[in-house]
Write a protein that binds this ligand. Structure first.
Ligand code: CMC
Length: 436
């Protein structure tokens, strides 16, 4: 019997099967040989929400959720957050190694030179309502780039792929800033290639009449670190969307529009906006016990808490908490931080949260910092998207280079009606099915 294998006995038939085990996984397709009869389709695995199913082999991000470890390409997140810029991290995530000095210089110039968006984008932007959510505007504008760059369809050409990666990294902040300014009724500010990635983003957001926008260096660095912390997070909901859509060979703009849509949901990236709403609703530390009671009775969730993978403190939340102090030294303390800290303390001691291993996640503190920096809550998830851009693109690239991948197409366990004869309309009687 090979050592790296397991034996399964099918109690329905008494037959035993030996399945290879590689990298701690069996291949789900190896289950297909397990049949009760020659006509049987074969065994499949039922795993709603992919609780225990790996959809790919990846070399980008490692997470140990029990130990609270996060590494990009082997480098611990706290070291990257301390020493790297976002563009340096994006290079690492995309290429597997840290850039040399000259590579980083060329990369920074290349991204800056692609930050201007095509001419039709400002016209499309004008078509959106002022109160449109910036995430829906961002998803639509990213999809619109597909019509500007039709060559992007050629996803199998590495040079074409690389150019679209550069364009997306360069232009998503521009689109995000345009979406935000539109929501505030302000004219757009074109990118300034003489500024760093994050300073340029802040300039496009907040420049008024001054000839040169000067971002506060502490705030610019804090935002850049937040982008680093969000750069990748292995197979989360939006990355899974990126891979699933990319597996049909859709172009990267259409593919990323889908990932942005997935990120917008309140259980995923949209949680940072929800945390602020929740802290507003709680209002003061005295109201925390009553709110915790509501959460425990199932009336609502404690937003910014819990994670599918982390069953320990999310390492990003700890780093964000430290950045908050640097930001508040410039902006003044956001009073919501005190409510959040008190909420965290009570939750971490409460049996409900302890038993379920619910800890603060990346979204718990990020919104408080963004608000102190002057961002409206509607743009919080857009900021998440700018950071995650690097990871989505790296995962898309890895998918396309992986010979084991095919179009994503899960199976289902069918529990609906067996075959039945059609009933003509006039013979269906009064009682129909409940409307969908
Ligand atoms: N507040 C209260 N109870 C919770 C929470 C929460 N935030 N999260 C999970 N639980 C409970 C859940 O009700 C369940 O209880 P029970 O066993 O009694 O049914 C138990 O904990 C296990 O939760 P689950 O829903 O099975 O966990 P999941 O892995 O499916 O969901 C999650 C993960 C992040 C969607 C969930 O924890 C959640 O909804 N959190 C709030 C939203 C949030 O902060 N999302 C941001 C995630 S981190 C950034 C990102 O990736 O976007």
């Amino acid at each position: 019997m090979p050592e790296d294998s397991m034996t399964i006995i099918d109690n329905r038939t008494g037959v035993s099967y030996t399945l290879p085990v590689k990298n701690g996984a069996i291949r789900a397709m190896d289950l297909r040989q397990i049949k009760t009869s020659p006509e049987d389709f074969g065994l499949i695995a039922y795993d709603p929400a992919f609780m225990n199913t790996a959809s790919c082999e990846s070399r980008i991000t490692f997470i140990d959720g029990d130990k609270g470890i996060l590494q990009y390409r082997g480098y611990p997140i706290d070291q990257l957050a301390e020493h790297c810029t976002y563009l340096e991290t994006a290079w690492l995530v995309l290429n597997g190694e840290l850039p040399t000095e000259s590579q980083l210089e060329d990369w920074t110039c290349e991204i800056a030179s692609h930050a201007a968006v095509p001419d039709d984008i400002p016209r499309i932007l004008q078509g959106f309502r002022r109160d449109a959510h910036p995430m829906s505007v961002l998803a639509s504008l990213v999809a619109a780039l597909s019509s500007d760059y039709p060559e992007a369809k050629n996803v199998h050409d590495p040079a074409v792929r690389r150019l679209q990666i550069v364009r997306l990294l360069a232009q998503v902040p521009t689109l995000a800033a345009y979406a935000y300014r539109h929501s505030l009724g302000l004219p757009i500010v074109p990118p300034d290639p003489s500024l760093s990635y994050t300073e340029n983003f802040l300039s496009m957001l907040w420049k008024k009449d001054e000839p040169n926008y000067q971002a506060n260096p502490v705030l610019a660095r804090a935002l850049d670190v937040l982008f680093v912390l969000h750069a990748d997070h292995e197979q989360n909901c939006s990355t899974n969307a990126m891979r699933a859509i990319g597996s049909s060979f859709a172009d990267p703009y259409m593919t990323m529009a889908g990932a942005i849509a997935a990120l917008s949901g309140p259980l995923h990236g949209g949680a940072n906006e929800e945390v602020l709403k929740m802290l507003d609703e709680i209002g003061s530390s005295d109201h925390i016990p009553a709110y915790i009671r509501k959460v425990k009775s199932g009336e609502c969730k404690l937003m910014g808490f819990g994670h599918r993978v982390y069953k320990n403190y999310d390492p990003r939340a700890g780093i964000i908490k430290r950045i908050a102090e640097q930001v508040f030294a410039v902006t003044g303390r956001n009073p919501k931080l005190d409510i959040a800290i008190a909420l965290e303390k009570i939750a971490l001691e409460d049996e409900y949260f302890v038993k379920r291993k619910l800890y603060p996640n990346v979204d718990f503190y990020s919104g408080i910092i963004y608000q102190a920096m002057g961002f409206q809550p509607e743009i919080f998830t857009v900021l998440f998207a700018i950071g995650r851009n690097a990871g989505w693109l790296a995962q898309w690239q890895e998918l396309l280079a992986d010979p084991a991948q095919k179009i994503a197409r899960p199976r289902q366990v069918f529990l609906g009606s067996a075959r039945r004869e059609f009933v003509p309309l006039d013979q269906r009687g009064a009682a129909g099915a409940a409307a969908v």
